[in-house]
Design a protein around this ligand. Structure first.
Ligand code: ZN
Ligand code: FE
Length: 247
């Protein structure tokens, strides 16, 4: 499975996913950068996968549907019921899977950022949308703090070598916040200097790796004694999320 990050808007990532000549795009906020990536890869786009309904993830769907012979526009059942993903054809629930060029793609419901948020997981790749960022997590807009912390806990159970392809390039800022949470965590300090160098070289910080995130991402470490400091897990997560909102 080949994954090509397609930077869109200011700091969004769409992803072109290619398996045995079949191509899907995850979260196309815009059509033009995706069309260029499709041309460069010499593939025909047949599917769009949406992690959630926000405009900066779905904005490219309609022009892509006009230009490409699409067979599937896949999003969550919740977003289908709300009718808030344009041109959606498939309504997915937790535990659903589908075939993509011979690869199995599995769906995890991960509500919190929105109630319809889902992740796509295939062959060691996780498309986490705005739920899990590198060194961070999305804002809790529609769900509760308990729901979001549960969704992140669910993602923690994936294999440690899972590659994380997230919805935004927020890594440097997230690591600056992480360093305030755990000032003496050497993995965070090292990750920050690496992410700064990566961005200075105009490269992407994606993909991350789950094992590395478990050591550096405060929103996956909210129940570690060093982070929770005696609070219960949801209270710890809430305090972190509220502090990040103000950061
Ligand atoms: Zn979003
Ligand atoms: Fe977003």
């Amino acid at each position: 499975m080949k994954v090509v990050p397609v930077p869109c808007l200011r700091d969004n990532y769409a992803y072109l996913v290619i398996e045995n000549g079949r191509a899907a795009v995850v979260d196309p906020s815009q059509a033009d950068p995706v069309l260029s990536a499709i041309d460069a890869a010499k593939v025909e786009l047949s599917e769009i996968w949406l992690t959630h309904h926000h405009w900066d993830h779905v904005g490219g769907i309609e022009p892509l549907v006009e230009r490409c012979p699409l067979e599937h526009v896949r999003g969550s059942k919740h977003d289908a019921q709300q009718g808030r993903i344009p041109k959606q054809t498939d309504a997915l629930s937790d535990g659903d899977s589908f075939d993509f060029g011979g690869a199995s793609v599995e769906i995890l419901e991960i509500p919190g950022h929105t109630l319809g948020a889902i992740a796509f997981v295939s062959e060691g790749n996780l498309f986490s949308g705005d739920t899990l960022f590198l060194a961070g997590c999305g804002r809790v807009f529609e769900g509760t703090m308990a729901m979001m912390s549960e969704s992140l806990s669910k993602l923690r159970t994936l294999p440690a070598d899972t590659k994380i392809w997230c919805g935004h390039e927020y890594t440097v800022n997230n690591l600056r916040f992480a360093a305030t949470v755990e000032p003496s965590n050497p993995d965070i300090a090292r990750a920050l200097s690496e992410a700064l160098a990566t961005r200075e070289a105009r490269r992407f910080t994606v993909p991350g790796q789950l094992g590395h995130e478990l050591a550096t991402n405060p929103f996956l470490r909210f129940d570690e004694p060093a982070v929770a400091a005696g609070r219960d897990p949801v209270a710890s997560f809430t305090a972190l999320r509220e502090a990040k909102d103000e950061f």
